[in-house]
Design a protein around this ligand. Structure first.
Ligand code: PLP
Length: 388
């Protein structure tokens, strides 16, 4: 008989965690499960990073840190953004948070309320739509389609802006599609946004180091005309195989940075100190482990895209970034959810229904290729037998 706040009934979830739990149960029953469901690197965090975290604990870094992150870490983030994107970032605009998710949660909380409109990619990371609905704001989907390589189309984004639009969320390279939006589209979007100064932008660049076939990441930070209303989300989870450390950051504009710091103080006070020292070692230490992981993802990407295209009724677009393949499975006669259940229960392969990423994901299923080539090949073989 508890009376919950209305927002709780509108809060969604990330079903990768549900599938992970289900796969874990089946594995505990002795089933051989290949997990291509959850989006997390299968690598260990590089050793020098782990050591820096352990050393910080041994050295007595056990207390609170500043709510926005250790100054030395925020300076390292600014230097890293300068190295990678050639941009100047004031360390005072960097806010370190526990993972990538808190930035999107806080950004949406800051702008979302009944009557407000927030645009988000669909299919896209499920937390955007979930949190938008939680706040009572109206979610306005940015439709991403296979024929455009799941890149957004600037004109149609701009055409959907109204005087109620408060925030536009974009994500490239993208989850769940692996889509990368080309620079010309981003140029067009930014140019158009210059005439809509009431709209803030959240650019989720968590996969900024995972692009393939010579593609280069375009950061929204490279566009000075929108910097005063731009939030850029990035972090350590994917790049440094640090999903469990809960380390992320964003660059916030001057007019929002105090607001987000207050949300941090209200929510989690600060990120644990040892993780921040580990994050510092990641940014300032050698990069060969990162380059090696990206190289391995690239090799696996080719295996999974080719393998999926060889399956009956399956068509997989070339995955340009991140570590996901998002094949069209309409030709199998299965819905996304039927495919998810069948693949897990009958083939022992965990993958995520496209509809878990929004209604526009029907007809698709997401495979993470952050798993060994051997496991990817085994998974393809099992699904092939099932579909034959
Ligand atoms: N943004 C996107 C697009 C993601 O795919 C993810 C994780 O899957 C995140 C943010 C969140 O990352 P974290 O685990 O650091 O919260």
């Amino acid at each position: 008989h508890l009376k919950l706040a209305a927002g709780m009934g509108r809060l969604g979830t990330e079903s990768a965690f549900t599938v992970l739990a289900h796969a874990g149960k089946l594995a505990a029953q002795g089933k051989d499960i290949i997990n291509l469901g959850i989006g997390q690197p299968d690598f260990r965090t590089p050793e020098h990073i782990v050591e820096a975290g352990a050393k910080a604990l041994k050295d007595g870094h056990h207390g609170y840190t500043p709510a926005n992150g250790l100054p030395v870490l925020r300076e390292a983030v600014a230097a890293d953004l300068n190295r990678r994107h050639g941009v100047e970032v004031n360390p005072d605009n960097v806010v370190v948070v526990p993972g990538g998710k808190p930035t999107m949660f806080f950004a949406v909380l800051m702008f979302g309320e009944p009557g407000a409109e927030i645009m988000y990619p669909n299919p896209g990371f499920p937390i955007y739509e979930s949190v938008i609905k939680f706040t009572g704001a109206t979610p306005v989907p940015i439709r991403l389609t296979e024929d455009k390589g799941f890149a957004f189309d600037a004109e149609s984004v701009l055409a959907q802006i109204t005087d109620k639009t408060r925030l536009i969320i974009i994500n490239s390279p993208a989850n769940p599609t692996g889509g990368v939006t080309p620079k010309e589209e981003i140029d067009k979007l930014v140019k158009g946004l210059e005439t809509h100064p009431h709209v803030a932008i959240l650019s989720d660049e968590i996969y900024s180091e995972m692009l393939y076939d010579g593609r280069e990441h375009v950061s929204l930070l490279q566009y000075p005309s929108i910097r005063d209303r731009l939030i850029v989300l990035d972090g350590w989870s994917k790049t440094y195989a640090m999903t469990g450390w809960r380390m992320g950051y964003a660059v916030w504009p001057d007019q929002l940075v105090d607001h987000v710091t207050r949300l941090c103080i209200n929510d989690h006070s600060c990120v644990n100190a040892s993780a921040q020292f580990a994050g510092l070692a990641a940014l300032t230490g050698p990069k060969d482990a990162v380059l090696d992981m990206v190289k391995q993802f690239d090799a696996r990407r080719k295996v999974i895209v080719d393998g999926l295209n060889a399956l009956p009724g399956v068509r997989c677009a070339d995955a340009a970034g991140a570590f996901y393949a998002f094949p069209n499975i309409e030709g199998t006669g299965l819905t996304s959810m039927q495919a998810q259940n069948k693949f897990l229960e009958e083939a022992g392969v965990a993958a995520i229904a496209g509809t878990s990423f929004g209604a526009l994901g029907e007809g698709y299923i997401r495979f993470s290729y952050a798993n060994s080539t051997e496991n990817i090949e085994r998974a393809l073989e099992r699904i092939g037998k099932l579909l034959a």
